[in-house]
Design a binder for this molecule. Structure first.
Ligand code: C5P
Length: 227
């Protein structure tokens, strides 16, 4: 069964831990820059002590040496999965993988799900990007050549990415929305069942769970949908 990764997108570490107190049974949690800047390494240690798998989602994109240092620090902290931007290039991804030395998995972020063709083209200076899928495929190729373990992509791109990365990789899919809920800022979103049918191995879910009046019932509903 695919893993559900609860994104701890709260402002404070205390809020994140309180939220988890209300979510028994959650295995994977995602720590992003906001909560990490509040809770720091102590938050990650506490999550590990509570038995969680920790996905540290800092989306590193820097010179290879700096990214390698960050990966080394994450490995020492006991992080299970971390993200680097494929746009950082093959040398950066390779340096990250070498620093990981198999202690943690690394996922390459392809095209953020908040982008559409126009916003992505404007950001990378390509003017007109006609097909984001081709861009995701190109970035997955860089990740595959660098020997990364996983790619972050939208549900509609998993098939493409799997062809490039091979079926043993992890396909981490954010932008999950539940039936009837708003799409908010994700241009390319999918419901849990559809994402898993598409081949997602890890579903990243934030707001639909953490902003629900009853987070546990939403989490359990998603678990049932995936059975
Ligand atoms: O609240 P929501 O379910 O939209 O949370 C999505 C999470 O996934 C956020 O923490 C965001 O940083 C992350 N994300 C990602 N990669 C993308 C798009 C969103 O990791 N391409």
């Amino acid at each position: 069964m695919a893993e559900i990764v609860v994104a701890l997108d709260t402002s404070t570490a205390a809020d994140a831990l309180r939220l988890l107190d209300r979510l028994p049974g959650v295995n994977w949690v995602k720590v992003g820059p906001v909560v990490f800047l509040d809770g720091g390494p102590a938050l990650v240690r506490e999550l590990k002590a509570r038995g969680h798998k920790v996905f540290l989602d800092m989306k590193w994109h820097d010179i290879p040496r700096t990214v390698a240092g960050a990966v080394e620090a994450a490995a020492r902290l006991g992080v299970d999965l971390a993200t680097v931007h494929a746009l950082g290039g093959e040398a950066m991804l390779r340096a990250a993988r070498e620093a990981a030395r198999g202690r943690l998995r690394l996922a390459a972020v392809s095209v953020l799900t908040s982008h559409d063709e126009e916003s992505y083209g404007a950001a990378v200076g390509a003017g007109e990007v006609r097909d984001l899928r081709a861009e995701v495929e190109r970035l997955a190729g860089i990740a595959a050549r660098a020997g990364l373990d996983a790619v972050v992509c939208s549900a509609s791109e998993v098939d493409l990415v799997r062809r490039v990365m091979g079926s043993g990789s992890w396909f981490v899919v954010p932008g999950i929305r539940l039936g009837g809920s708003g799409r908010e800022d994700h241009a390319r979103s999918a419901e849990p069942r559809r994402a898993v049918e598409a081949g997602a191995t890890h579903l990243v879910i934030g707001r639909p769970i953490i902003e629900a009046p009853d987070p546990l019932s939403v989490y359990q509903r998603v678990c049932r949908e995936l059975l």
